[in-house]
Design a binder for this molecule. Structure first.
Ligand code: GLU
Length: 502
C-alpha cells in the first residue's frame, strides 16, 4: 500500500442525545474508513465538565451500534474496552501545553470574568469584533507583564487559563476536501483558551493533540467547525506537525431552508428509533443528506455495504442538505416492502407477545403467535404499514377482537336488511369446508346476485364487523387469514351491537 492507512474518527461530546447531524458525521467517517480499508475510531470529547450528561456516552455508543457503526479500535481500560475518552488523557494535554508555554506560543491569563466581559462590551461599543485584549501577555512575548508578576500570581494560587498566542499578520490557509481552498486572516483569530481554570483542555486544544497523536489522516465534521480551523492549523504549526486532510460537511436544513431545528421536527436519532424507524432506513436517509452517487444514478435505496462501496468524499456537496421526513418515510416503506418475512416475524413477535400480556384475545394464542400465521399477516399488510410495529398495532384485528366499530362507516354501510342478510350469510360461511379467499368470494357473489345486490352491499359490513375499521387489505384474504371461527364469532357478536338507524 502506498501512503498511510486511512484513519478517521467520530468525536462526539457526551451532552445528551445523538443528533441526526452527528449520526451523519459518524456515518461519513465510518463509510470513508471502510471504503479505504482504513480504521474508524470513536473519541468521547468530555472536556467540558459543565455540559457533561450522565449516561450520554453509553447512549451515544448504543445508538451508533444500532445504526451499525462500530469502532475498529478501542483502548483497553481495566480489562474492558471502550472509546477513547479525553478526560482520561489530561496528563497528555498538560504535557503539550507546557511545551507551548516553554516555546512562547502560549501564556497564562489571570483575567477575571468581569474584566473579560467589560472588555467585550467596550469593543462592541467601539464597533470592533470582540477579542481578548492581551492584557496578560508577558513581556518576553511582546506584552507588558514581567515574569515576576506571573510567578507571584501562580504562587498565590490565583485562578488562570492558558491562551495560545496567535501570531500577528499571518494568513492561515488550508484546502478543504469539499470546499476547496480557504484562507483566514490572523487578525480575526482570538487568542484561544487552551487550558481552562479547572485544568481541563478546551475542545480546540484536546482535539488537535488527539487528532495528531491518534494519527488521523482525515477529519470529517460538520460545517459549524470550519471557523475553528485557523486556530487548529496554528497549533499544528506550533508543534511542527503536519495537519490531517479536512472535510467540512454541509449544514442540515429544515424544509424551509432554515438551519435544522428541534422546533420543526425531531433532531435526536433516539426519537426516530422510538417511533419505530429501522436502522436501514435511517442510515440510508442520513447518507443521502449531502452525498449522492451522481453520474446519472437513480438509485435511492442503499444498504450499508453498498454505501461503503459507493461512498466518496468528492461527491459530498457544499450546499445545505434539506432534512425531508417524507423521504425518510418513503425509504422506511421501501425497506418493509423488501425485508425477508422471517426477519419481520422476528422483529414483531416480541411486540405481539408484550401486547398479549396486556390484553386478552379470543383467538388461539398458539396460532396467532405462530410463524405461519404471522407470515400471512405480513404478506397482506406489507404494502400498507409505515413501520414494522404497525404489523401489530395498525392491524391489531389480526390478533384481538375489535373493540369499537367505525361509526361513520356503520352509518354509511348499514341498511335495514343488512343484519338479516349477514345472519343468513354466516350460515353459508359456516358450511364452507375450505375457508379460503376464493371460496368466500364465490359464495358471497352467489348469495347476493339473486337478490339483485352488489357484493359491496355486504363486503363493507363484513369488513367493519371483523376488523372494526373501514379500510384494510383484500377482504376475502383477510377473512381467510382470520379463519372461520374468528370470522363467524366476530360477525355474530357484532351484529348484536350494531343496529340499523334510518
Ligand atoms: N466534540 C466536537 C463535537 O461535538 C467534535 C468536533 C470535531 O469533529 O472536531 O462535534
Amino acid at each position: 500500500m502506498v501512503g498511510k492507512r486511512v484513519r478517521t474518527r467520530f468525536a462526539p461530546s457526551p451532552t445528551g442525545y445523538l443528533h441526526v447531524g452527528g449520526l451523519r458525521t459518524a456515518l461519513y467517517n465510518y463509510l470513508f474508513a471502510k471504503k479505504m480499508d482504513g480504521v474508524f475510531v470513536i473519541r468521547i470529547e468530555d472536556t467540558d465538565q459543565t455540559r457533561k450528561v450522565e449516561g450520554a456516552q453509553q447512549n451515544l455508543i448504543k445508538t451508533l451500534e444500532w445504526a451499525g457503526i462500530v469502532a475498529d479500535e478501542s483502548p483497553e481500560r481495566g480489562g474492558d474496552y471502550g472509546p477513547y475518552i479525553q478526560s482520561e488523557r489530561l496528563d497528555i494535554y498538560a504535557k503539550y501545553c507546557k511545551q507551548l508555554l516553554d516555546d512562547n506560543h502560549a501564556y497564562y491569563c489571570f483575567a477575571t470574568h468581569e474584566e473579560l466581559e467589560e472588555n467585550r462590551q467596550l469593543q462592541i461599543k467601539q464597533g470592533l469584533q470582540p477579542k481578548y485584549n492581551r492584557r496578560w501577555l508577558p513581556e518576553e512575548m511582546g506584552g507588558s507583564i514581567p515574569p515576576s508578576v506571573i510567578k507571584q500570581k501562580l504562587d498565590e494560587g490565583v485562578p488562570y487559563v492558558i491562551r495560545m498566542k496567535v501570531p500577528d499578520y499571518v494568513s492561515v490557509w488550508f484546502e478543504d476536501i469539499i470546499r476547496g481552498p480557504i484562507e483566514f486572516d490572523s487578525a480575526t483569530i482570538d487568542d484561544q483558551v487552551l487550558m481552562k481554570s479547572d485544568g481541563f483542555p478546551t475542545y480546540h486544544f484536546a482535539s488537535v493533540i488527539d487528532d495528531h497523536l491518534m494519527e488521523f489522516t482525515h477529519i470529517i465534521r460538520g460545517e459549524e467547525w470550519l471557523p475553528s480551523m485557523p486556530k487548529h492549523l496554528l497549533l499544528y504549526e506550533f508543534f511542527g506537525w503536519e495537519p490531517p486532510k479536512v472535510a467540512h460537511l454541509p449544514l442540515l436544513l429544515n424544509p424551509d431552508r432554515s438551519k435544522l431545528s428541534k422546533r420543526q421536527g425531531d433532531v435526536a436519532v433516539e426519537d426516530y428509533v422510538r417511533k419505530g424507524y429501522s436502522s436501514d432506513a435511517i442510515v440510508n436517509f442520513v447518507a443521502m443528506l449531502g452525498w449522492n452517487e451522481g453520474e446519472g444514478s437513480e438509485q435511492e435505496v442503499y444498504s450499508l455495504d453498498q454505501l461503503i462501496d459507493r461512498f466518496s468524499l468528492e461527491r459530498v456537496v457544499k450546499a445545505g442538505a434539506v432534512f425531508n421526513v417524507e423521504k425518510l418515510n418513503w425509504l422506511e416503506k421501501q425497506y418493509i416492502k423488501n425485508r425477508p418475512t422471517d426477519q419481520i416475524i422476528k422483529a414483531i413477535k416480541p411486540i405481539l407477545l408484550s401486547k398479549l400480556e396486556q390484553k386478552t384475545t379470543l383467538m388461539s394464542r398458539d396460532v396467532i403467535t405462530g410463524d405461519e400465521y404471522l407470515a400471512q399477516v405480513i404478506e397482506l399488510m406489507r404494502e400498507r404499514v409505515g413501520f414494522e410495529h404497525e404489523f401489530v398495532t395498525f392491524s391489531s384485528y389480526f390478533f384481538f377482537e375489535p373493540e369499537t366499530y367505525d361509526e361513520e362507516a356503520v352509518a354509511k354501510r348499514w341498511a335495514a336488511d343488512t343484519n338479516t342478510l349477514l345472519r343468513e350469510f354466516t350460515v353459508i360461511l359456516h358450511s364452507l369446508e375450505d375457508f379460503n379467499a376464493e371460496n368466500i368470494e364465490a359464495r358471497l357473489k352467489e348469495f347476493v346476485a339473486p337478490k339483485g345486490l352488489k357484493a359491496a352491499y355486504l363486503i363493507h359490513p363484513l369488513r367493519i364487523l371483523t376488523s372494526g375499521v373501514s379500510f384494510g387489505p383484500s377482504l376475502y384474504h383477510m377473512l381467510e387469514v382470520l379463519g372461520k371461527d374468528t370470522v363467524l364469532r366476530r360477525i355474530l357478536n357484532g351484529i348484536d351491537k350494531i343496529t340499523f338507524q334510518a
